[in-house]
Design a protein around this ligand. Structure first.
Ligand SMILES: NC(=O)c1ccc[n+]([C@@H]2O[C@H](COP(=O)([O-])OP(=O)(O)OC[C@H]3O[C@@H](n4cnc5c(N)ncnc54)[C@H](OP(=O)(O)O)[C@@H]3O)[C@@H](O)[C@H]2O)c1
Length: 437
């Protein structure tokens, strides 16, 4: 049998401790699959004394992850610390430069430094595997990196944050407010004490930036993503969406257009009958559209110790099975030097349908004024419905418009005009509609 693969794990928290447990509990099975043992020979975390639920007594302890990466007797450095800089970056860089394979679950690190790290990995002829960084346990990186050669991707989109999907699912199922559902998500451990990173879309954006690079062969551009979170979604939006045959999801979407690549994260209306609309709770899903394959949808657990560990262990096993001296595939599906500069499409030129919900004074002429602003901006309407704004509303009405395909610029101009007309009693709500099968 080949020599054991020596694994160093930096970070023994939710994911790191689960990885160590899976490697121990499934040791015999992994040895059969890989043709060699997978042994944890070194570990690093902040607190040495903490019980990790697995015996790591035989592994050498390092206080400093970068020192582990450079000096430990390891073949693979597994980074499960988190954070875009600091010890995670130092450790990964040190490992690659020392000619060691790296496995990481860290989307923030890759969104910021992925291309530079890929260049080092490819120069040194080692693997940089990161399946767990996008959509947790779903094997989307492997699918895009290895199984789609020759396909040209036209669009990739998905539900990439379980916290947001949980909140939106509960809001719809139980008629509860955003705040009530967020509190419940925090109580159940699905949301952090400070949930900003998740609910305002930053986590989705990090993951989307990695998928965009794999899909379109462009350099990662995490700062160039149009971002809107879900904190202003109300019960009125959820109900109106349902009545119109839509469901609201926070989607990350990357799409090739004539003017460049659109990368956007925002609440989105998808048809209730579409497959992605059936993805509920903390589950994630990624849809990939290509010219040869058509549409592929992968769905499954996007977070949690075990699901994430499954992807990390899969990455480690791939390294164990790789043949010594064999040229490894490039990190982002093509050599890092071939990744093209990212050409951003302007959000104003985004084309699609729109849902617009307006709360207006209940007086003569308002409806006609709204219709005129739409017509002036060449927006054709699929529907326009007027409701009483509810029992407390007094002399207010809600007007819900659904447009045919138009542009973001036209919608913004029309809504600006309606606001100037002085008919609104509340902030207008605009939600983009996404085509989905
Ligand atoms: N949790 C998930 O469901 C999930 C899903 C997908 C991807 N990920 C990614 O996986 C990574 C790890 O996430 P996690 O949830 O496991 O985080 P976590 O529970 O906070 O664990 C972080 C670990 O890093 C250790 N650490 C922090 N600073 C360190 C330092 N300076 N030196 C050495 N060790 C240090 C901590 O040590 P102590 O334990 O001693 O404090 C802890 O063991 C992140 O990149 C995250 O984005 C997580």
């Amino acid at each position: 049998m080949a020599e054991a693969l020596r694994v160093g794990i930096a970070g023994l928290g939710t994911v790191g401790a689960s990885v160590a447990r899976v490697l121990a509990d499934k040791a015999a099975e992994l040895t059969r699959q890989c043709g060699r043992d997978l042994v944890v020979t070194a570990v690093s975390a902040r607190s040495r004394g903490r019980d990790r639920g697995v015996d790591l007594g035989k592994a050498q302890w390092f206080d400093d992850p970068a020192e582990l990466a450079r000096k430990a007797d390891i073949d693979v450095f597994v980074e499960l610390i988190g954070g875009e800089d600091g010890p995670a970056l130092e450790g990964v860089k040190a490992a690659l430069e020392a000619g060691r394979h790296v496995v990481t679950a860290n989307k923030a690190l890759l969104a910021r430094h992925g291309v530079a790290l890929a260049e080092i990995a490819e120069k040194k002829g080692v693997l940089l595997n990161y399946e767990a960084a996008v959509a947790g346990g779903i094997p989307v990186i492997k699918t895009m990196r290895e199984a789609m050669a020759g396909n040209s991707v036209t669009r990739v989109f998905g539900i990439l944050n379980g916290t947001c999907n949980y909140i939106l699912t509960r809001m719809e199922a139980e008629g509860l407010s955003f705040d009530a559902c967020l509190k419940e998500a925090q109580r159940l451990g699905y949301a952090e004490a400070d949930p900003t990173f998740d609910i305002e879309g930053h986590d989705t954006a990090h993951k989307l930036s990695i998928l965009t690079s794999l899909a379109f062969g462009s350099r990662i551009a995490a700062d160039d993503i149009y971002l809107e979170g879900i904190s202003n979604i109300t019960q009125a939006d959820i109900r109106a969406a349902g009545e119109l045959g839509y469901r609201i999801k926070l989607l990350g979407v990357a799409q090739k257009t004539e003017s460049g690549i659109e990368q956007r994260v925002h609440p989105t209306m998808v048809p209730t009958s579409s497959v992605i609309a059936q993805v509920h709770g903390v589950t994630n899903a990624v849809a990939i559209e290509t010219d040869i394959l058509g549409e592929l949808l992968l769905s499954g657990p996007g977070a949690g110790g075990n699901a994430t560990a499954s992807a990390v262990v899969g990455d480690i096993a791939d390294i164990a099975k790789s043949r010594p001296g064999f040229q490894h595939g490039p990190v982002f599906g093509r050599p890092a030097r071939e990744l093209r500069p990212y050409k951003k499409a302007q959000m104003r030129s985004h084309a699609g349908g729109y849902f617009i919900r307006l709360t207006v004074h209940d007086r003569i002429g308002v409806f006609a004024a709204i219709a005129k602003r739409m017509a002036d901006n060449e927006i054709s309407l699929e529907s326009i419905v007027q409701h009483s704004a509810g029992p407390e509303a007094g002399s207010q009405k809600t007007v819900v418009l659904v447009t045919h395909e138009t542009t973001e610029a036209a919608v913004r101009k029309a809504v600006e005009g309606i606001t100037k007309d002085g008919h609104l009693t509340d902030k207008p709500q605009v939600i983009r509609i996404e085509r989905a099968e």
